[in-house]
Design a protein around this ligand. Structure first.
Ligand code: B12
Ligand code: SF4
Ligand code: SF4
Length: 339
């Protein structure tokens, strides 16, 4: 397809192309905007924006996942996250989210921190140390999409970071940038699993990548280490038992049955990832917006217990921890502290 921006002749040069040259230009343009070259362009740009991997899938209906999702919801594994019951069809077909979509681009962004919290304190999952990833990644993806347009011409599309009904892990798995581990998270062979997922759903035709194999083998470390037994066979998570759900998503009182199982996690949980052998390949991110506020890393248990609402606003000014609000974080701390 002829892409307008590419071979614009500068008016100032006032060059007149011969018929032969025009034909040559058309052939070159055809070649340069093939599905293959489009994929190459997206991948090159993704590197420039700091994504650690990028994979491509044809926008289609997620057939295998449909029955899994239906069963998962029937079993009430989503607990009180009722929003996951909505938009069933859209969740399985991105073409219903972006009319005319041809391609799903899956992107990985590293959040593994160089410095971590003290060992004897209430814990926050590493993904929430810095600025809220929804904002940071949306900015990057929108810029990436703009740059793509300036390279290949008009592209219709939308950027997703956890922001709409889309099965991000299923798309990433399909695009070959990792496999879904027994704990249900996507694992990348070079980087482990401490990364965020984001997607571009676009009407540009790109060459899809293929799925890779599962490298969990006979390992069961995550299953054995999960304190609430939330990880079930066949890569299924009973989210209603996951500490991440209990501390972030559950709005009511925490069930007392979990009292001795929380392992001091006050926001999210990283146990199943910390024990995963693939995470020995994690290397620290270099994204300034994901750097933790110093207080967050140095606070001990007493500091957290005495946290005031104004300090909460200061420490977590742009953080995803704001999702629980001050009240929610205090509820979690009190639950952990309960005799
Ligand atoms: C709701 C949600 C949660 C819930 C429920 C988790 C869950 N497993 O569904 C809770 C609050 C518990 C949660 C916790 C966490 N989450 Co969360 N979460 C989401 C969210 C918003 C939706 C997930 C969803 O749709 N679940 C519904 C289930 C049924 O769908 P699914 O698990 O994706 O599974 C589908 C496919 O993967 C596929 N599939 C899976 N396995 C297999 C196997 C076979 C054989 C087949 C055929 C298919 C298949 O079929 C399923 C369709 O039903 C996503 C973002 C998004 N939009 O995808 C982030 C997301 C999954 N979460 C993320 C993170 C980082 C976490 C935590 C690590 C945070 C923390 N440290 O506390 C934990 C990890 C807990 C865990 N072990 O999974 C990242 C994962 C990154 C990664 N490396 O994979 C995501 C992608 C957000 C992002 N944009 O980066 N999360
Ligand atoms: S995040 Fe924690 S509670 Fe949830 S599945 Fe992993 S180990 Fe279990
Ligand atoms: S801990 Fe073992 S079983 Fe679990 S995801 Fe990692 S490799 Fe797979």
């Amino acid at each position: 397809m002829w892409r307008k921006n590419r071979f614009k002749t500068k008016q100032s040069e006032n060059k007149v192309l011969s018929a032969k040259q025009i034909v040559l230009c058309i052939i070159v343009a055809e070649f340069m905007s093939s599905p293959r070259s489009n994929s190459d362009a997206v991948k090159r740009l993704s590197k420039q924006f700091g994504f650690i991997d990028c994979g491509i899938s044809k926008a289609d209906f997620l057939e295998e996942e449909a029955s899994r999702l239906e069963l998962w919801l029937q079993n009430k594994f989503h607990g009180e996250m009722h929003y996951l019951e909505n938009y069933f069809d859209k969740r399985l077909d991105p073409r219903l989210l972006v009319p005319g979509a041809k391609t799903v681009v899956s992107l990985l962004f590293n959040y593994y921190p160089e410095s971590k919290q003290n060992s004897d304190t209430y814990k926050i999952a590493k993904y929430a140390y810095g600025e809220d990833y929804h904002t940071v990644l949306k900015d990057k993806c929108n810029e990436l999409l703009d740059q793509l347009r300036s390279l290949v011409g008009h592209v219709e599309g939308r950027v997703f970071v956890d922001s709409a009904p889309i099965l991000e892990r299923a798309w990433a798995e399909r695009s070959g940038i990792g496999w879904i581990g027994k704990h249900g998270l996507l694992i990348n062979k070079k980087q482990g699993s401490y990364f965020f997922l984001a997607e571009l759903v676009i009407d540009l035709e790109c060459e899809p990548d293929g799925k890779i194999k599962d490298f969990c083998g006979t390992c069961t470390k995550c299953v054995d280490s999960c304190p609430t037994e939330a990880i079930l066979p066949n890569k299924t998570l009973n989210a209603s038992k996951c500490i991440s759900y209990l501390t972030i998503e559950l709005k009511n009182e925490m069930p007392i049955a979990f009292k001795d199982k929380m392992n001091d996690w006050m926001f999210g949980c990283d146990i199943c990832q910390d024990v995963c052998p693939w995470n020995k390949f994690s290397s620290p991110h270099t994204e300034p917006r994901f750097m933790a506020n110093g207080d967050l890393l140095s606070f001990n248990k007493a500091d957290w217990e005495e946290l005031s609402e104004s300090s909460f606003q200061k420490v977590f000014s742009k953080s995803a921890v704001k999702r629980t609000k001050f009240k929610g974080l205090m509820r979690n701390i009190k639950f952990l502290d309960k005799p």
